[in-house]
Design a protein around this ligand. Structure first.
Ligand code: B12
Length: 151
């Protein structure tokens, strides 16, 4: 059994005017089951709402979802908003991030340049995001050991 000695808080939402809710619902359930405290802001979340929630909940990670093809526009300046609010959380983005069939490596580069620590495509299994969070937040897991929070 994996025990978390201290819960890590993840803020999750769909950015901009995007109303696709199924993906973040699945992510919320998977993250909760893995022991994270999840603050799900739902669909059509503004940059400012992400920042406010991250401050209010002292989030360790901010996860942005976008499906409708406008992620690049919606995320312009997002990391400036987070920086202005003194938020030092890990940031991930995932979903259907490009319009059409763009090369995903190009998409990854675009969003890394916008400041995201990790970029995931729409084929991502929630377990991949959980494994990445455990690495980035320095949570060590094993079948027998208790989770150690080092940060
Ligand atoms: C259902 C659906 C709708 C429903 C949404 C209902 C709802 N309330 O959720 C309705 C009909 C409303 C809709 C509307 C629109 N849609 Co729509 N929709 C879909 C559809 C068929 C399925 C989405 C879905 O639920 N998938 C199931 C979930 C489980 O998967 P997921 O969302 O991809 O999420 C997973 C991963 O992406 C990943 N993930 C997602 N976010 C994140 C974030 C992080 C950090 C991580 C790690 C992982 C991650 O993990 C999730 C769980 O496994 C897709 C096509 C498709 N097959 O994907 C189109 C699709 C997303 N829609 C599309 C479009 C264009 C639209 C509209 C703009 C259409 C229009 N012209 O009106 C509108 C937008 C409305 C709006 N304001 O958002 C396009 C987007 C194109 C693009 N990005 O280039 C798609 C891809 C269809 C297509 N092929 O053209 N849509």
């Amino acid at each position: 059994m994996v025990l978390h000695t201290m819960s890590q808080t993840v803020v999750l939402g769909v950015i901009g005017s995007d109303a696709h809710v199924v993906g973040i619902t699945i992510l919320e359930q998977a993250l909760s089951a893995a022991g994270f405290d999840v603050v799900n802001l739902g669909v059509q979340t503004s940059q400012e709402d992400f920042a406010e929630a991250a401050v209010a909940h002292s989030a360790e990670a901010v996860l942005v979802s976008s499906l409708y093809g406008h992620a690049e526009q919606d995320c312009q300046g997002f990391h400036d908003v987070l920086d202005d609010a003194d938020i030092d959380a890990v940031t991930y983005i995932g979903g259907n991030l490009a319009v059409g069939q763009d090369d995903f490596e190009q998409t990854r580069e675009t969003f890394e340049e916008l400041g995201f620590d990790r970029v995931f495509d729409s084929e991502t299994d929630p377990e991949e995001a959980i494994a990445a969070l455990e690495r980035d937040l320095h949570l060590t897991t094993s079948e027998s050991d208790q989770v150690t929070v080092t940060s």
